[in-house]
Design a protein around this ligand. Structure first.
Ligand SMILES: [Zn+2]
Length: 279
């Protein structure tokens, strides 16, 4: 049985790679999602949907909606609080994910890897898509837990060792974002908070892609997963201002970098994260 574990930071992160998860779920694989926070520091698209005090609760409901649509059967909420965007006061809250005791986070991730027994794990690349501190932390902790889960002497209370076989970074390429950015600049739409993705420098991730899944046939599922997150994607959101064909052009492929075992990219990316693995 193929088992895929995705580790992300906030409800709605999973929607960006929902095509891949829907693909494997529809092929009969077990797909699990670990989400570090309930996205408590997110914006609220419409004040009738949530208040700052119940946003985490609402976003958990939205996340469960998304998981049902994608076909994710196991959802693990790590229970930390959203640390907010870089240099915001939420960074300093003692309950913020980036303030958590590192061993506490590693133990939780090791435990769920040992319980769920994934062969394949996906998480953020080190830039965290657009520099969100929780994305960067989730990616780093997942890499550490990936290495530790198979070691018997480490966190023995977290269950017998299980070594997942492959670790991937889910990469959101600037070239895809540029499709949206170009439309936005032609139409006078602002793009606050995406400076990293707007950089004109060469995207270092572009040359590292080892795997690319064409998920066009899952695009409607992907879009429905995103639209579960009503508190996030209101009419004022950048994505809501994009024509459907641009959203589809951005979302119809998903890119990955195999980081363990390290794999050199080839001219044609591989189209299956499980290719050649023994189950
Ligand atoms: Zn996020």
């Amino acid at each position: 049985m193929k088992r895929l574990l995705a580790v992300f930071a906030h409800p709605d992160d999973e929607s960006a790679f929902a095509g891949t998860m829907a693909h494997y779920a529809s092929q009969g694989a077990e797909v699990a999602l670990a989400c570090a926070t309930r996205g408590e520091a997110g914006e609220i698209s419409d004040p009738t949907l949530a208040t700052p005090s119940n946003l985490g609760q609402k976003r958990e409901v939205e996340l469960r909606c998304s998981c049902d649509i994608i076909g994710i059967r196991q959802l693990y909420l790590l229970g930390y609080c959203d640390s907010g965007m870089v240099d915001t006061p939420e960074n300093e809250r003692p309950t913020a994910f980036i303030q958590a005791d590192p061993d506490d986070v590693r133990r939780k991730l090791v435990k769920l890897m040992r319980e769920f027994k994934p062969q394949v794990v996906i998480t953020f690349e080190p830039q965290g898509w657009y520099g969100h501190p929780d994305h960067i932390a989730a990616g780093r902790y997942t890499s550490e837990a990936f290495e530790l889960a198979g070691q018997a002497g480490v966190f023995p209370e977290a269950g017998p060792p299980w070594a997942p076989q492959r670790l991937f970074h889910a990469a959101f390429l600037r070239s895809r974002f540029k499709l949206m950015a170009d439309y936005a600049s032609e139409n006078g739409i602002e793009l606050p908070g995406f400076d990293q993705l707007l950089s004109e420098e060469e995207d270092p991730l572009e040359r590292q892609i080892t795997h690319r899944l064409d998920v066009d046939i899952y695009y409607e599922i992907k879009e429905a997963s995103r639209l579960c997150h009503q508190t996030q994607f209101g009419d004022d959101h950048l994505f809501s201002k994009m024509p459907a064909e641009i959203m589809r052009a951005v979302g119809r492929q998903e890119d990955f970098i195999q980081v363990y075992p390290r794999l050199a990219p080839e001219a044609e990316p591989i189209t299956d994260l499980f290719a050649g693995l023994s189950m």
